[in-house]
Design a protein around this ligand. Sequence first.
Ligand SMILES: [Zn+2]
Length: 618
Amino acid sequence: MKPELQPIAGLHSDFDGAVGELLRAVTEQWLLVAPKANPAMLEMFADRDVIPYRDMVPWAGEFAGKYLTSAVQVLRATGDDRLRAWIAEFVAHLVRLQDDDGYLGPWPAGSHLTGAAPNVHGGGATWDAWGHYHVMLGLMLWYDETGDANTLNAARRIGDLFCDLFLGAVEVRLVDTGSTEMNLAPVHTMAMLYARTGEPRYLALAEQIVGEFAAQRPAGRGSDGPLAGDYLRMALAGREFFEMPKPRWESLHPIMGLVELTWLTGNTGYREAFERIWWSIVRHDRHNNGGFSSGEKATGNPFDPGAIETCCTIAWLAMSVEMLKLTGDSTVADEIELSTLNSVLGMHATSGRWATYNTPSDGARFASAHQIVFQARAGSPELNCCSVNSPRGLGMLSDWAVMVVGAGIALNYYGPAQFRVPLEPGLEVVITESTAYPLDGNVRIEVTPTRPAEFALRLRIPGWSRHTTVAVNGELVAGAPTAGTYLTLSRRWEAGDTIELVLDMGLRFWEGERECAGLTSIYRGPLLLAYDARYNRELHTTGLPVAYGGDPGQTTAACLQIPAIDAASLDTEPGAWDDWLPPLLLLEARTQDGRSVRLCDFASAGQTGTLYRSWLDL
Ligand SMILES: [Zn+2]
């Protein structure tokens, strides 16, 4: 089985606008400095056997791998030469820290991939296989980028260690090492490793792990019931993701193994289970800002005010990229755009220096290094699960912004950017977008092939754009494009060809239920709107007696009492903010009692530490 849509090997991207600025800021302020500012990221591997041991969180082994994956993906989106040189150096350090038997984790001898270690903070189980999953993923992405044989070899040695320990094992299977949402994730990287090497043992172990999804606790060992997430069986039986035994966000990583195995085996059951889980999350657990999870897991309630963790939204985006490749369904790209322009931009400081742990629909933005500081250690003051993971949300643009479909191109990303697509040997197509999108709906797309060539260009017509027009070289394309599909333009393209795409930026509304009953979310194009106290200093009252900001738990929706807004007054052009740190979008409107109110885009809300809300009273 083959993907419907494929990321493009050798794509050159140049993002401008807010997305481009943030890509550059995160490169400068985080990716190029994080390992040296937090050297324990690598040193914890170097001194794994030195006494006294480091006291570490169970997932400490993931930091280097997550960082590497983020860095490689951002590199693919920017082509930044300094980042490329630094990643090469980082990988050279990392692979030198691999043990003779292939082990590349931070735990001491005797504790390797057992799930236990004497120096786990709090005495819990280690997420050692999960840490290796992230290291393998980062190494394989770097191998894909460079073709470097040493890098692939390091990933293979991890794969060999897993096979030696777990392939065909009866006594201690991988699922028996505990923390199974996390520790079964290598199903995904073992399948990826098979795809890159053809080594049958890797595929055999991946399929064995799929079998372990359904493992049950042996009789007489504690309570009965599932040991793991049982994702495949339960999805095929029609259960929602939030009803499965392990609905935490980490489960999305082993679940992505099902897509990789679909390509390798053609097993349509894997494909069906994956698609059902993806749809279950869209329907029941994706919040108004495109973020996933409530309190780090699926609850079946998108109005749940529990934390929307950065790692969860990143995993959701990675899963969505797989869904887009699998189905070629443009509405999946709509979802990715929603999550990217609202949650991913919003989880990062515009400076690029930090990212959140929680990017709530209503509340405040706290740096992860502040809110989950319990993960910080000597030598790694800024490291936590989210800080190393967040740039992936931007880096994944390199997977989905523009893709290939058969002998043609699918354009998913709208915004000021240029893409150079190597379509076939000797034929490069330069796609240049001139637009203020997502601030307005007019997108001018120049298509410049190196020689006149016949191919299909698919344009994403967002599901939310009710009235769309497309013109090629000034001539309207006959028939209204259908929202929620790709419009295919098949013709002989030559230099100077220009497409004018006009999307409908009319306001849309999502009425809240449960905890958000009586409240409404407002969208303008792909952007969720928000009330930020910064732009409305005179208008709201608060539920707080004196101060806010010390305790993240305090900053709930109830803390900011805002007047009802007259939605009809909102259909206006963007306003200006004549002070520093302007929001991306600022709209003027009226309250129902006739006062002036400003709404900004969700990603800009709370950037200066003020309270904000996106569930609004209309
Ligand atoms: Zn996290």
